[in-house]
Design a protein around this ligand. Structure first.
Ligand code: SIN
Length: 427
């Protein structure tokens, strides 16, 4: 099979890349489960955006301060400069961001000095993904396949020529001029995570095996406010940071406030872990939303209000037990400002990539923005180069496939990450 572009992953980064490619480019998009099994779908809080020229410096400062100044400043500037344009594109495509009197309603999350996060109630990612899926799936130049995994890249002399795919019936080869890894995060390899369980860092694992450059994998992010559910292994219920942006506080077992809930995530998570270590038989603290009315909570956070209710918590009346869990991988496949990896004709976008935007700790709601901005960068770069590239039918010589085992990724992570993560590993 020949396609101009092979996109692996159908979350927001993959979909937005496809949408921004020229209509005369033949695209194959694959996902190893179903289209909605992606972290994008779960994103609750929203998408950060600059509020205008006057806000660019503050937004930059918030991002690099949260990232502990490990950020790539050129990438951060690009992210911020292109933010409004991409939010406007989503609005034109039909994403129904919440508004008050016809003006976008911005919320706030930890580390932001301004209310600058657009949202669709507490299911922003679902709304954006559904809008993009609806449009992309109707495009005649795009073929989309579910239950189809990339198990290896076809590459020679540091150039990518497509991928080896596997579905339930067969393993087959797809030649492509460009290949894009939009394979998402790595939460599926942890015991306690907010991520979709299928997200096992496939793009990273394959990249490691082909010596494609990887960056910043020591920087993993815990989300501070995840429902404490000791009997649930794997994916747990995220309680969006925007709950705190709208007035929620965090209290300990004695119902005392011990941390400003709107500090960056790494600080809030560390403080909670410290507090939890004092009460080992009850290893959780509480999110307290009881100052807000039931009407407000049901209107602004309908998804979370119901999810908590299903588990026996009335958000307006009960304290909700929480503990930090794995949430996001700041590192990934190293890319430049056009989302190009160190292998020719191979790109990476979204959480699988490392643009350097997040430094060592991502500022809340910068992930979907990064996915949009750098997906567009990739598409524009490919649009300008596609006519120069020709297919090459390379013979795939390996006896085994890169994705035959995850040991390499897990061992790599074990060497890289901080001790606090060790106990979250499955292995
Ligand atoms: C949240 O809603 O708290 C998650 C948003 C994010 O990870 O930026």
């Amino acid at each position: 099979m020949n396609y101009d572009v092979l996109i692996v992953g159908t979350g927001i980064a993959g979909l937005y890349t496809a949408l921004n490619l020229r209509d005369d480019i033949r695209i194959l998009m694959i996902t190893k489960n179903s289209f909605r099994d992606c972290n994008s779908y779960l994103a609750q809080g929203g998408i950060s955006t600059s509020l205008g020229l006057f806000d660019e410096e503050n937004y930059f400062n918030d991002t690099v301060k949260a990232g502990n100044y490990h950020n790539d400043t050129k990438a951060v500037k690009l992210l911020i400069k292109n933010s409004i344009e991409n939010i406007n594109t989503l609005i034109k495509l039909g994403v129904p961001f919440d508004k008050t009197k016809e003006k976008l309603n911005y919320t706030r999350e930890g580390g932001h000095s301004e209310f600058r996060i657009v949202h669709v109630k507490d299911e922003t990612g679902k709304s954006v993904t559904e809008t993009l899926l609806n449009i992309v799936s109707k495009k005649r130049n795009i073929t989309m396949l579910e239950n189809t995994a990339l198990i290896d890249l076809i590459c020679k002399d540091n150039t990518c020529y497509g991928g080896i795919l596997r579905d339930s019936h067969r393993t087959y080869k797809v030649n492509s001029k460009f290949t894009i890894l939009a394979t998402g995060g790595i939460g599926g390899i942890f015991n306690s995570t907010t991520n979709v369980e299928y997200l096992t860092g496939d793009g990273l694992n394959i990249s490691l095996k082909h010596n494609i450059e990887i960056k910043d994998m020591e920087y993993l992010q815990l989300h501070p406010t995840v429902l404490y559910e000791p009997d649930v292994k794997g994916k747990k219920l995220l309680l969006s940071e925007s709950l705190r942006g709208e007035g929620g506080i965090i209290v300990n077992q004695n119902k005392e406030v011990f941390i400003n809930p709107l500090l960056p995530r790494d600080i809030v998570s560390t403080s909670i872990l410290n507090e939890i270590s004092k009460t080992p038989t009850n290893p959780y603290v509480y999110l307290d939303m009881t100052k807000k009315s039931k009407e407000f909570l049901m209107y602004r956070f309908p998804f979370l209000y119901n999810e908590c209710l299903k588990r026996g918590y009335k958000m307006d009346k009960d304290l909700i037990p929480i503990a930090p869990a794995h949430h996001y991988c700041m590192g990934g496949i190293k890319v430049d400002l056009f989302s190009r990896t160190s292998m020719n004709n191979l790109y990476a976008v979204g959480e699988a990539s490392c643009t350097g935007v997040h430094g060592s700790n991502r500022l809340a709601s910068n992930s979907l923005l990064e996915a949009l901005v750098f997906a567009k960068q990739a598409s524009e770069n490919i649009n300008s180069k596609i006519n120069e590239i020709h297919y090459k039918d390379i013979i795939f010589e390996s006896e085994s496939y890169a994705l035959d085992s995850y040991d390499e990724l897990i061992n790599y992570l074990k060497r890289k990450v901080d001790n606090k993560y060790a106990k979250l590993f499955n292995c």
